[in-house]
Design a protein around this ligand. Sequence first.
Ligand code: SF4
Length: 498
Amino acid sequence: MSFNSIHFPITKSQFLNFTKCVNSFYILNQGLITKQNIQHSGNLEWSEFQDLCRSLFPKAVSIPKSLSKEDQLTETLAAIRERNAIFHGFLENETLSSSIECLVPEPDSSGWVLWDFRSVGSQKQDILRSLYFQKKLLESFQIPVSQIKVIRINSGYVHTSESIDKESYLVIDDVTERIETEKTRFDQEWILFENYKGNPNFPLFMEDFHTCKSPKTCYLDTVCFPDLNRREIFDLREGHDLAKKYYLEGLGSFLEIPEEELTPIQKIQKQSHETGKLYIDFPKMQTYFENVTPKIAFLDFESVNPLLPIFANSRPFQHIPFLFSLHIWDSETDELTHHTYIHEPDGTDPRLFILEHLSKKLQEDITICSFNDFFEKLVIEEATQVYPNFIEWWSTIRPKFIDLALPFKKFWVYHPKQRGKASLKDILPAITDVSHGSLTIKEGQDANYQFLRLLKKHVTDDDKNRVLGDLLRYCEMDTFGLFLIYKKLKNEISISQC
Ligand code: SF4
């Protein structure tokens, strides 16, 4: 790879990338890959949250985003000179640029309070880093920062009335001291960053990849590890360092890695890649299936988890189910039936309706199979806390769950086509000939986003009906997929016992 000099000014998100992986900074700074723009439900609620935060500063002036960057800078500096509180200021020097969510003058000194609004329930290291970056930029304009504060969400807030009670919902954290405590670490990162952007001898791209923590989960990996024929090596489970080492040594496949360097799980992967066949730990799987009843229900929920609670007796970020799909298989007659419920996005609480419909279908004589069943159990448990009439039913149903993700997480089952992954979307096409590929909605996160969009935005009836149809098909595919995987594993075990 040949290297170009870096582009200035550097934004705070680029700086955050730098602190994680130098190569990711370089790739994004050069525009070698465009940053992924993933739709997520927080985008639908951001301006509502921001308005709540802004309402705490009635005198602040807002710098319009519609202005050119140059004009935003001029207006920001003018407002600072007049000692106005400012929303969405913008500062840029020769090397750095950043928007500033909120800046408020101290009444009794020349100092300023730097504020950030964050739609999260707890402080994260990157929020502090981002504020450190903004403080550095402000100081380069001789604007002294005396306090740094963050407004975030109280995740324990319970919504009871029509509108959000902002006094209880918002939390103000004074992070001035916390940033001071982390100063040594942040200063070291900053010196490294200064060296990187100012020293022509500093490598722009780490060709030993020592800053690479997780190529497998990094969407920039095709730039760093472009040889498609040798990328199988990154399928190794929990083997990033080993995989990087062997990739750099020119290895093409993890089949070439000496056995003694592999963990027991990696040996299972290697064995399965060698045979090209499904690996099953039969004794473990026989135990897993031991107490399963002849009737098995495959259950999946779709939910929304708004940061601004919509329904009474719900908290920020709490998952509220609006749709379930249930396939019930009678293994003795081989009869499969499908049941589903989707709630109308009319602002009423879906939980009662979900419990009513589900409790009619799920009774004691049935095993309930979900993928990562802690989620389904949590959703029902929380719903019954609001609707206690269902607690007794729930107490009989709860012990009936089994988790179909477990055998894959434990590597009691593995197929080479999973490529080291263990999500339902990866397992289903590896083990059966079915996949989510042809569906419009392919991920739970998108299902969440689409239903929240129906709740929050004005949409046409056509749009609404189309989305509800897509959601039903997506959820149905999940439980049909669970049934197919379950049946396949059951068959394999029956054959092995013959
Ligand atoms: S693949 Fe690794 S080195 Fe490349 S950008 Fe991602 S984390 Fe950094």
